[in-house]
Design a protein around this ligand. Structure first.
Ligand code: SAM
Length: 286
């Protein structure tokens, strides 16, 4: 039976922490910042127990040396699997707010947006903030409404999404002070954690969806974000998921992928056209 608690053996000295931080930034772009030893410990302690390595520091030392590629991959995975941030890459939210929402709001129908594989909720809540910033009372022509569904496979991520409470570290990644003030509330005087306010909660719902399963119960959407998750899948599964997502789009609806993800040309030719915005691209259902 593995023991999942950290103990004093898991303390990380300044030098190891500094080397590991710069290693991680080079490998996958995560900037830990100062004094986040607790974060590294909490992410790696399960791996330590699973691999029967005696301390978290030993994992860091091996990783920093750079020889054990298998361990390096496991550590990066543990540090990044649910990696997300507010307004990630910016351009999808700019395009949504400046181009797509104005275009869709001319139609006489409600606007439905799906954030698939939404991790801890930053993406669907960023979509909701974008919607409020463009149409402050969410009153669109013809009184149509905007609603957002965030889905993920992970129970623990969905719990964070539904609680809508974020710590200092999560809040420091991509969220401006004015957005913090407009869309978050304090949970107590002596806590730095903030909770998304009712405005956002009102238009965002969460649901467990495994992208490898059927989307039949999801209904139709005008915009789908499926970002930074297809990279984990084989080409066949990726194709199956994209085909399923396209079926869920209304004609003229948009699909956003992660900035390093793309759809092969034969799939685009059948169902989608690539729309170049400046900056960024999206795929539009024909
Ligand atoms: C790197 S995060 C991406 C979060 C967000 N979309 C973004 O771009 O910031 C990947 C998410 O995909 C989820 N995921 C992995 N496999 C999945 C699957 N088969 N079905 C649904 N979600 C999955 C993970 O739980 C994780 O939260």
């Amino acid at each position: 039976m593995f023991n999942n608690v950290t103990d004093n053996n898991d303390s990380i000295n300044e030098e190891s922490y500094a080397k590991f931080s710069s290693f991680l930034e080079k490998q996958c772009g995560i900037v830990l910042g100062p004094n986040k030893q607790y974060l590294v410990r909490s992410r790696l302690v399960t791996l330590k127990n699973k691999l029967k390595i005696s301390t978290v520091s030993e994992i860091l030392d091996k990783v920093i040396k750079g020889y054990d590629k298998v361990l390096i991959n496991l550590v990066i995975d543990a540090m990044t699997t649910n990696e997300t941030m507010w307004f990630r890459d910016n351009y999808p939210f700019e395009i949504l707010g400046n181009r797509i929402l104005p275009e869709l709001s001319k139609n006489n129908s409600n606007i439905r947006i799906w954030s698939a594989a939404c991790s801890s909720g930053q993406e669907p809540y960023s979509i909701a903030m974008t919607a409020y910033e463009k149409t402050p009372r969410l009153v669109l022509p013809n009184a149509s409404k905007i609603s957002i569904v965030g889905t993920d496979i992970s129970d623990s991520m969905l719990e964070i999404c539904r609680n809508g409470v974020y710590d200092d570290f999560a809040l420091s990644r991509g969220l401006s002070e004015s957005r913090k003030n407009n869309f978050f509330e304090k949970i107590s005087d002596n806590s730095k954690e903030l909770r998304v306010n009712n405005k956002l909660r009102k238009i965002v719902n969460f649901k467990q969806v495994n992208l490898l399963e059927s989307f039949n119960l999801m209904g139709k959407f005008d915009v789908i974000f499926c970002r930074n998750v297809l990279i984990y899948f084989s080409p066949d599964i990726k194709k199956r998921i994209i085909t399923g997502l396209v079926k869920c789009l209304n004609p003229g609806g948009y699909l956003f992928l992660g900035s390093s993800e793309y759809i092969s040309s034969e799939l685009i030719a059948d169902a989608l056209e690539m729309v170049r915005f400046n900056p960024g691209i999206a795929y539009r259902k024909k």
